[in-house]
Design a protein. Structure first.
Lengths: 137, 278
């Protein structure tokens, strides 16, 4: 029952676009990847939140990654706020990658330094493709 | 007479004097004092329209599209496909084919560039809406893109489409049929989308919405689109909204941090540029 509800929510999200205002075609939507890094900046902004993450790279260099997230309108009503992530936090971030291979994607959930995991999108293996008759836009 | 203290006051005084002069009045300050003395003592008598608002149904709180608020229960039977004129049928079929081949591609429009959607798409955005009732007016505040609709319920007739300046939300008049608010809108910008899968319509698009509570916590809006250049017959879809009495509408400025503007070819894109100065 719960799973059905989550899948339906996922379908609804996909139908209206996960992000309210744009295509999700640039992401491999539903294909979860994992990355460990340190929060450089947490942007609590419309139309999307954004996580800038620094990740150790080869030769002691750090790489910068950027992840879009759901909006404050969505996350703010589900327990998130501007203080949820803080610069310097070491986190594990699950995301849907960019199709073009650049260092970024859309974040799905985050595990905080204290081990607590926060969901930023409904789970369930990723929403199915948008339904053409949803009439939403 | 008080001394004029600021340029604003001076400008206001000049406008007031100008108005009096154009009415043939003279002796500005004396006329202003007379007006003040004649002001009604009881505000309630001044505008009985507020008392009538108590008879309207309770639509307080904010309303979230039920597809988001109540997953599982809220997915209603999809509407029958629209009956479209040949050009628009071709566009709609291409949309569906593209949707099957490239999931997510369909949200390609100026909305990604933070240009707001037009009516009726503006009413089915993911984030909530709220209603304000004042005498002769229902105002709809839409969180997504911070959109506003002014629905005149003072008995005004809907002007002919060619008398209206086209706008995203169009020009709306409404009336109550019992507890149902019936809203008619024309003058919607022809470049907007009248339904998902179709971009553009003529200046003849008319949208009629019937809004009512179907239970104390559920608002239903049935939306009918008429435009002979697009639809062979009127096309109606229905959306439901769940009430949240404890929510507040949030600010939504799309240009604040948009990484999703379309590329130079009009295709979906994603910017990894940081904000200037970082």
């Amino acid at each position: 029952m719960m799973r059905t509800a989550l899948l339906s929510l996922a379908a609804a999200l996909a139908a209206t676009s996960a992000s309210a205002h744009h295509s999700t075609a640039m992401f491999e939507w539903g294909k979860e990847k994992s990355i460990d890094g340190t929060i450089d900046k947490w942007e609590w902004t419309q139309p999307h939140t954004f996580v800038w993450l620094v990740v150790p790279g080869s030769g002691g260099k750090v790489q910068q990654w950027g992840f879009e997230g759901m909006s404050p309108s969505w996350l703010g009503r589900r327990g998130w706020n501007i203080h949820t992530l803080t610069r310097g936090d070491k986190v594990k971030l699950i995301y849907y990658p960019l199709r073009d291979g650049r260092q970024g994607g859309f974040f799905v959930r985050v595990t905080l330094p204290d081990g607590k995991t926060l969901q930023a999108l409904p789970g369930g293996g990723g929403p199915p493709p948008p339904t053409p008759t949803s009439g939403a836009r | 007479m008080n001394r004029i203290r600021t340029p604003f006051a001076m400008a206001a005084a000049m406008l007031a004097l100008g108005a009096l002069a154009s009415c043939g009045g003279g002796g500005g300050s004396a006329a202003a004092d007379a007006t003040k003395a004649a002001a009604p003592a009881t505000p309630a008598q001044a505008d009985p329209g507020y008392a009538a608002l108590a008879k309207l149904p309770d639509w307080n709180g904010v309303w979230e599209p039920a597809a988001f608020a109540r997953p599982g229960a809220a997915r209603q039977t999809p509407p029958a496909p629209p009956k479209l004129t040949p050009d628009y049928a071709k566009q709609f079929d291409a949309f569906q084919a593209k949707n099957r081949s490239t999931p997510g591609i369909n949200f390609v429009s100026n909305v990604a560039n933070c240009v707001p959607p037009g009516l009726p798409g503006s009413m089915t955005q993911p984030y909530p809406i709220e209603f304000l009732f004042t005498p002769g007016r229902v105002t709809v505040l839409i969180e997504t893109y911070s959109m506003v609709r002014r629905i005149y319920t003072d008995g005004s007739a809907l002007p002919a489409a060619d008398q209206l300046d086209p706008s995203y939300q169009g020009t709306s008049v409404g009336h109550w049929e019992g507890d149902t608010l019936v809203v008619e809108t024309s003058g919607i910008l022809p470049e907007t989308s009248p339904m998902q899968g179709i971009n553009g319509h003529s200046d003849q698009l008319k949208v009629t919405e019937r809004m009512r509570l179907v239970d104390p916590e559920t608002l239903e809006i049935a939306t009918t689109r008429e435009d002979p250049t697009v639809f062979i017959e009127p096309y109606t879809t229905t959306a439901r909204y769940a009430r949240h009495r404890d929510w507040k509408i949030m600010e939504y400025v799309c240009a604040q941090n948009n990484h999703d503007a379309l590329d130079e070819h009009g295709n979906p894109a994603f910017s990894l540029e940081r904000k200037p100065g970082e």
